[in-house]
Design a protein around this ligand. Sequence first.
Ligand SMILES: O=C(O)CCC(=O)C(=O)O
Ligand SMILES: [Fe+2]
Length: 416
Amino acid sequence: MPERDPDGGRLARRAMRKVAEVKLKARPELAAKTEDSEDYWEKLGYAHRTDLVDPRLVVDNCPRIHVNDYSTQRFIEDFEKPYRPVVVRGCTDNWRAQYKWTEKRLDRKYRNQKFKCGVDDDGYSVKLKMKYFVHYMNKNLDDSPLYIFDGHFGEHRRKRKLLDDYEVPIYFRDDLFQFAGKSRPPYRWFIMGTARSGTGIHIDPLGTSAWNALIMGHKRWCLFPTNTPRELIKLRPEEGGRQNDEAVAWFDIIYPKTKRPEWPEEFKPLEIIQGPGETVFVPGGWWHVVLNLDTTIAVTQNFCSVTNFPIVWHKTVRGRPKLSQKWLAQLRMLKPELADLAEGINVNEDCGVASDSSGGDTSSSSSEDEDESCCSSCSSDSGKESLLEVRRSLKKRKRSTDEAECVINKRTEIQT
Ligand SMILES: O=C(O)CCC(=O)C(=O)O
Ligand SMILES: [Fe+2]
């Protein structure tokens, strides 16, 4: 049946229905308790809190460089080796994404393609067609709206066209997980969302570093060094309630505390307002939380380079032992010097770089040898994860040995 009147009628009604289905699967804890009570999606009224998304209220204190002024060698010495975050300008200048990644054009080109915007209680992806998501973006008043975070676009027949629209910035071309074969952890995500959507505070998985390039809109970041006590920067369950793991609740509740005189100087946040055309470099082990201030479209990739390899290796052996063995076998053949390096690393020693943890709830995991940890720095690092998702998926999922090998990633999934 043809779609009539894209702004009203048929599409709108269908979008509302599909969004309601997705919301129920992705955030069942926000569902209304009874048929005539309200749900919890708008409960906190964050849509009316302009202070949370006002860039003028933020002091950006992160260094910036331009890609044309900095050689790769200098970047490695000045930022990658010392694990210093930085904003890089100019990386996206020649990307087709600059003009192709607008709401309108993405809606037209990927209209009926489904993009991941959540995970259900069993760890399966929850997806929405682009046309419904775009409709939702412009209508919602949700406290922490649904957010497209699609980590498999690169393997999909149509969505993989997005790969033609950007290129990996010059500094981040090392990709040692390519030698881990088909079971390599997910590493690239297409991200799109409206004001108040975002990513709660976390450390990226397995000690990997990341770059995040913004095409349109503005993202507000806070970053904290790896040794920041998690109790200082994580919301307690009673603080955030049902929005405990959400970026918007973090900026409402934790951020103001970071400005109080008693907040330790050494754990003051690095703050960024990332604008269009800016790429944030997030070194491995740094805590970070990201809030979209308006409609944003971005791409992010995580990587293992020669520089962060020792840490990534350490965490992969502990968190993904079987994967580490496959990886080592390939490195032995193709990068023998790195295989030697790996074999010289004592994974029983503290590597000094923290991992996120699932709050000690991994005991329900049936995984026979994944999810181990050697030290507080490495506690349960098994993938790009959010605590809630990991807890949920571990709770319900019956994992076979093979499934245990699949990554529990940030917006977790077993299969797509
Ligand atoms: O843009 C965002 O929402 C942040 C993404 C992020 O931190 C991540 O992919 O690990
Ligand atoms: Fe991250």
